[in-house]
Ligand binder design. Structure first.
Ligand code: ATP
Ligand code: MG
Length: 160
């Protein structure tokens, strides 16, 4: 079904509120994004896992950013935090099942499945997800790209 990504973001933020407590959350969703062919439950889980990580690995009181915009034939969702970031050699491996960067870190509990689920769900819906580090300061950046359905692309072209 075609879904409104703005609504999914809103629903996820509501569900994630307890997890995000103690963090500043800055959301910027550009208006008039095209409808996307996504499963709302899977999409919420992807965003939730990323928010959960940002809240878990970045210090209390730090800012978590969530931006959404259109880039040609894709809608881009980007999450950034102010935590330690990802060691450059691990930016692909963190999407493997059970892989955790700090294996002896017993402080931040986890199984290492969250990001594997994010990638599996995102790719199942025709999208991509990648990890990188911020340039402006320490922190991780996760970028999701979902394709805009062809019918939606034509719709916007007819309007303009
Ligand atoms: P789970 O999500 O299953 O509870 P987890 O958080 O350890 O456990 P993933 O979400 O798959 O597992 O993340 C894998 C690893 O990637 C984490 O253990 C952590 O080392 C690193 N990581 C993930 N997100 C961030 C982030 N925002 N900042 C820094 N490191 C991160
Ligand atoms: Mg996690």
């Amino acid at each position: 079904a075609l879904v409104d990504i703005d609504e999914i973001i809103g629903a996820t933020l509501t569900r994630a509120r307890p997890v995000l407590e103690g963090h500043k959350v800055r959301v910027s969703v550009l208006p008039d994004l095209p409808m996307l062919r996504l499963d709302p439950v899977l999409t919420e889980q992807v965003l939730f896992n990323l928010l959960d990580n940002a809240a878990k690995y970045a210090p209390h009181g730090s800012e978590i950013g969530l931006d959404a915009w259109r880039d040609g034939g894709a809608v881009v969702l980007q999450l950034r935090d102010e935590g330690p970031g990802i060691p450059p050699r691990d930016t692909e491996r963190i999407f493997d099942m059970f892989y955790r960067v700090r294996k002896l870190d017993h402080v931040q509990a986890g199984t290492g499945l969250g990001l594997a689920i994010c990638r599996g769900f995102t790719e199942a819906m025709g999208g991509t997800i990648t990890a990188a580090n911020r340039r402006d300061r320490s922190g991780a950046v996760f970028t999701i790209r979902f394709p805009v359905p062809v019918a939606e692309t034509q719709k916007t072209e007819e309007e303009t």
